[in-house]
Design a protein around this ligand. Sequence first.
Ligand SMILES: [Zn+2]
Length: 95
Amino acid sequence: MTSQPIPPPRSTERGSDTDCRESLTELYGFLDGELTVERRSMIRGHLEACNGCLETYDFEAELRLVVSTCCREKELPPGLKDRVAQVLRELPEAP
Ligand SMILES: [Zn+2]
């Protein structure tokens, strides 16, 4: 009798939803260089494995580049941060 429950597959290819949420939550800190080395390497590892988050990271990094170039000495336009946060929230789930 083999009635052992089958353990759920451990995917190393793709992060779990929690990984994605955590990575996206810390994306700002990652881009700002505010995270510890440990957190950074964790998120970088996730970005390498997860296309959905990598795209978000690219988008965010590019956005920051544009903002830092255009508004070097200004505050972010009001609402921009909210809009970005909203985009992040509305991201489709990773396939
Ligand atoms: Zn992810």
